[in-house]
Design a protein around this ligand. Structure first.
Ligand SMILES: Nc1ncnc2c1ncn2[C@@H]1O[C@H](COP(=O)(O)OP(=O)(O)OP(=O)(O)O)[C@@H](O)[C@H]1O
Ligand SMILES: [Mg+2]
Length: 292
């Protein structure tokens, strides 16, 4: 069975692509057949981090029906590692039509791999929220800065609300409800659901029951991560979410050196502090998903 792991964040530039690329590389080096798919529509750059400056095939070929299956656009990167490069800016897909999204998700689920890592665009476009929640497991990335932490709280909250709402109102009404209403907690969404459709409360709560994202705090300098405790508390108190795992990745100059050589830092400097953290994250995830 293919296991899907999405990597999301609230604020752009927190290090999603860095985590996705290096985690995928680390998992592949550990012998897991891994596919990295860049779903940061409009801001895709994972291919550049692997030195593929002009990929010959991208997600755009799949979305525009030029190819029939995702398998056709997987580019081999290293042993056990394939990449589906993201679509460019010219595609109006940030809020992709429902049917397109459904087709993409069906194909992602049936990719032939042990693990599929999904790099998600920053912010709260509905597609980003849906792709994030659609995976079997979620990793959320933030830096320790208050603005990034707050944006991550908002991102997780909106992703959960959208998922819960999809369980009781038609998909075209979900976006409208999200645009026009403001919910400040999981309970408020459940109350709204019950009011609209008496008896549905438990079923709606069930949609996010297993949601327990792994938190990655990236670019930590001198162990400073005070804001994280606030995030953990807010997610628990307002959204009923526990964050069972925490990985800290330090600010590391080896990351920039790696980017400049178009290779993942786990390959160029496997003993650097950031690489050691990514390696630890890969081990934790493999244990958690039962593939260790
Ligand atoms: N631990 C780290 N140490 C040093 N530099 C880092 C670290 N993590 C990420 N960076 C650098 O921070 C920048 C942003 O990272 P990245 O592109 O991965 O973020 P992102 O969340 O994917 O951004 P976007 O939202 O634009 O897709 C990059 O230049 C990356 O090399
Ligand atoms: Mg990115």
């Amino acid at each position: 069975m293919t296991i899907l792991i999405s990597v999301g964040s609230g604020k752009g530039g927190s290090g999603k692509s860095f985590v996705a690329v290096n985690l995928a590389s680390s998992l592949a080096a550990k012998g897991k057949h891994t596919v990295l798919i860049d779903l940061d529509i409009g801001g895709a750059n994972d291919h550049i981090l692997f030195g593929l400056l002009n990929p010959t095939v991208t997600l755009e070929d799949f979305l525009s029906h030029k190819v029939k299956s995702l398998e056709e656009i997987i580019q081999p990167i290293a042993k056990n590692l394939g990449l589906i490069a993201g679509a460019g800016n010219n595609l109006q897909t940030a809020n992709m039509p429902y049917a397109t999204k459904g087709r993409l998700m069906r194909h992602v689920m049936s990719l032939d791999a042990d693990i599929v890592i999904i790099d998600i665009g920053a912010g709260s476009h509905y597609s980003s929220l849906d792709f994030f929640m659609f995976a079997d497991h979620q990793i959320c990335v933030t830096t320790p800065e208050p603005a990034a932490v707050l944006d991550l709280f908002r991102f997780i909250k909106l992703a959960m609300i959208r998922k819960m709402m999809s369980a009781f109102i038609a998909h075209n009404q979900v976006s409208k409800a999200l645009r026009t209403m403001d919910f400040d907690s999981k309970e408020a969404v459940l109350d709204f659901a019950e009011e609209r459709e008496p008896g549905c409360r438990d079923a709606v709560a069930k949609t996010v029951e297993a949601f327990a994202p792994h938190l990655v705090v990236n670019r930590v300098v001198n162990g400073r991560k005070l804001n994280i405790f606030k995030l953990v508390r807010m997610l628990h108190d307002y959204m009923g979410v526990a964050l069972p795992g925490l990985t800290e990745i330090p600010e590391d100059e080896a990351v920039l050196d790696a980017v400049c050589s178009y290779l993942p830092v786990v390959s160029t400097a496997p003993l650097s502090p950031a690489s050691v953290s990514i390696d630890g994250l890969a081990d934790k995830l493999l244990k958690h998903i039962g593939l260790a």
